[in-house]
Design a protein around this ligand. Structure first.
Ligand SMILES: NC(=O)c1ccc[n+]([C@@H]2O[C@H](COP(=O)([O-])OP(=O)(O)OC[C@H]3O[C@@H](n4cnc5c(N)ncnc54)[C@H](O)[C@@H]3O)[C@@H](O)[C@H]2O)c1
Length: 339
């Protein structure tokens, strides 16, 4: 089977494809007929693509993106890169800031140059809506002044800037994606993200601890995250080249999300326990641009994400959710002594 991509892209390389987003995205790319190369150190397990085992269009390369020589080889013949590989939250970045910078920032230059040298036609960069920092404005659009509050967010922004400033890109189209916090079930599940963690605590402990609660958080269902990457692969170059897009949905307070969890699970015995917090930082994004320019609209809700996780838990697909380090980036990196 061959993809029907309107730009003629047939081969996609996904860095970090063995992570939470990648584990949902890669099987979907295969379904749509792409040849997919996954480049990953597979910190969260080599079994994430067990359902795709033997797929003729799946190439798994266990390697570190900091290995520029091997990376260049992997990029040969690739039409589009989706760059997800990352130490992907603040606490795990801060475990070892030197390691964090080497992966999240230093390796970016090599990946970018390698992509240009190998004639990659489109480069899709997974940045984050956290580059905006905390804003009073309830509608943070793409042209808002970025105010990253942590090194994780600062290096996301630095990569964005390097991507846009790079000269001699040989016609390679570059697009920046700033997703909100993703939620819902995927083969490599993260339970260190707001909706997912509240849901699993409700399921296992029948209790949700809420710190503060008034803080707003933008959310995005993982299936919409995957759909968004398809949109960025299929969009005409003129609409996305050198553009940044927020991709978010449902700005909700943590307290609201906790109530949604209780209501969606239809279990009135779930207790909501409030602890005051000084951290009342709210993050809100406006994602009208991706709708206006590319016609992308979300289809899935926070309730869908809660239900999907509950179904997976009840089917025994989430083993020891509160103690198994594989569900928590920081715990898993501590366990591995990642270098
Ligand atoms: N999940 C979210 O809520 C969210 C929100 C905004 C942005 N993002 C961004 O989207 C991307 C994917 O997020 P995720 O939740 O899937 O993260 P994840 O941590 O689940 O996955 C990251 C993957 O990168 C791999 N990796 C890390 N360092 C590597 C290296 N040096 N070489 C090769 N592979 C390496 C890991 O093994 C892992 O499989 C990240 O860039 C993240 O910053 C995610």
């Amino acid at each position: 089977m061959s993809s029907n991509n309107p730009n003629g892209f047939k081969s996609v390389l996904v860095t970090g494809g063995g992570g939470y987003v990648g584990s949902a995205l890669v099987p979907d790319l295969l379904k749509r007929g792409y040849h997919v190369t996954v480049v990953d150190v597979f910190w969260y397990g080599r079994d994430v693509f067990d359902d795709c085992n033997g797929h003729p269009d799946l190439e798994r390369i266990e390697m570190d993106i900091r290995d520029g020589g091997r990376l260049k080889q992997a990029l040969r013949g690739v039409d589009a890169v989706i760059h997800l590989a990352c130490i992907s939250n603040d606490p795990s970045f801060e475990l070892d800031p030197t390691l964090g910078k080497s992966i999240n920032y230093d390796a970016f230059a090599g990946l970018l140059q390698g992509s240009i040298d190998q004639g990659v036609r489109r480069f899709i960069y997974a940045s984050s809506s956290s580059i905006y920092g905390v804003k009073e404005d309830p509608d943070v659009r793409e042209d808002a002044e970025p105010q990253p509050l942590t090194d994780y967010s600062k290096f996301k922004l630095d990569c964005e800037r390097d991507l846009l400033a790079h000269s001699g890109v040989n016609g390679m189209e570059r697009v920046i994606v700033r997703p909100s916090t993703v939620c819902g079930y995927a083969p490599r599940l993260r339970l260190d993200l707001t909706v997912n963690i509240l849901t699993i605590h409700a399921l296992v402990n029948h209790k949700i601890r809420i710190f503060g609660g008034k803080q707003l958080r933008p959310n995005l269902h993982i299936k919409d995250m995957v759909r968004a990457y398809h949109t960025f692969l299929e969009a005409p170059g003129a609409k996305i080249d050198r553009e940044a897009f927020n991709v978010g949905f449902q700005n909700r307070s943590v307290e609201d999300i906790a109530r949604l969890v209780r209501d969606t699970l239809a279990d009135p015995t779930i207790e909501l326990e409030y602890t005051p917090s000084n951290d009342n930082r709210s993050y809100h994004v406006n994602s009208e641009k991706v709708k206006r320019v590319l016609g992308f609209e979300t289809r899935y809700t926070i309730e869908n994400a809660i239900q999907d996780i509950a179904d997976a838990y009840r089917r025994g697909l989430i083993k020891d959710p509160l103690t198994n380090p594989v569900y928590s980036n920081i715990k898993r990196m501590q366990q591995l002594g990642a270098k």
